[in-house]
Design a protein around this ligand. Structure first.
Ligand code: AVJ
Length: 301
């Protein structure tokens, strides 16, 4: 399967979506609170400052579809300000988070139909039909998670969202921007070492769920900005020549060989505009923080 295949490639890799089990999600929450990790804080700041304009841009009678909703923490802001939203459809792979969030949201927003979808949002899931007819489909994809995709998969994923929302629909998306390399570097190499723990936790998860025998003290966190590719690359580097077992398979590591665990692409506004256009979307509005570290964009289909 995916994990074994990744570890058998000449350049070993593991898909970043596996970071987010219960402990991994908690570690990520701690990352979002770090001084160095400007992304979440900046996105929330833009939302708070521009929410009136954002809600007006999305318009009335939205069917809001959130890709990777988790605990739907950022969503309340939107639901509080949208004009007569028809329905909210959170999509998440974690059934516990999805159901808990759905119950809480239906209590807070009794007039909005909550229709949770438990799925890997990159797969072909079917949208439920709201009881109330009409409404415009607007996707919500915050957090610059689009940064985890390479260019072509990003284009395909955005095109998929465009198809799902259809003409008249749109996408509200958070996109992290290119900036001083040292700021990017610090965001993925925090002093407290939480990002390192988050990265290494991936191996802990494989050990407990797949029965691999990774020795966590034999791997090191390595994250750097690759300016040519415009992305942060996060790796786990083997600190010795060693073997790891997955079922009957053996995986050999040279000393200093790496497992590529995540890419986090950073865009200029022009680059992201080109990507959106190539996916059949039109950049309607861009909201920025004063330092222009992060953007929230509304793309129409
Ligand atoms: C949630 C994918 C946007 O790439 O910045 C944080 C994940 N990785 N620190 C990001 C992450 C290391 C994060 N995303």
């Amino acid at each position: 399967m995916e994990i074994l295949q990744g570890l058998q490639k000449p350049i070993k890799e593991l898909p970043s979506k596996y970071f987010y089990d219960e402990v991994g999600s908690q570690l990520f929450d701690r990352i979002t609170e770090l001084d160095e990790y400007y992304l979440t804080r900046t996105e929330l700041q833009i939302m708070q400052q521009q929410i009136g304009d954002i809600a007006a841009t999305l318009g009335p009678h939205c069917i809001l579809i959130e890709y990777g909703s988790g605990r739907s923490l950022k969503t309340r802001q939107l639901l509080d300000h949208l004009e007569q939203p028809v329905a909210y459809m959170p999509i998440d792979i974690s059934k516990e988070h999805l159901l808990q969030a759905s119950v809480e949201l239906s209590q807070s927003y009794p007039h909005i139909e909550i229709l949770p979808i438990c799925a890997d949002y990159t797969s072909n899931f079917t949208l439920p039909r709201p009881t109330q007819p009409g409404g415009r489909k607007v996707a919500y994809y915050p957090g610059s998670t689009i940064g985890n995709f390479d260019r072509e998969p990003a284009r395909k994923f955005l095109a998929q969202i465009a198809r799902t929302c259809g003409k008249g629909g749109g996408l509200l998306i958070g996109v992290d921007l290119k900036k001083d390399f040292s700021i990017l570097h610090r965001a993925y190499n925090d002093q407290a070492g939480i990002t390192a723990t988050f990265n290494l936790h991936l191996l802990e998860r494989l050990n407990s769920e797949l029965g691999t025998d990774f020795q966590l003290d034999q791997f090191g966190h390595y994250a750097f900005y690759n300016p040519g590719q415009g992305r942060i690359e996060m790796h786990l580097v083997s600190l010795s020549k060693q073997q790891v077992h997955l079922g009957k398979e053996q995986i050999a590591f040279h000393n200093y060989e790496s497992i590529w665990t995540e890419s986090s692409y950073k865009y200029t506004l022009d680059e992201f505009g080109q990507l959106a256009t190539s996916a059949g979307l039109h950049v309607e509005r861009i909201w920025l923080d004063p330092k222009e570290f992060f953007s929230i964009q509304y793309l129409s289909v």
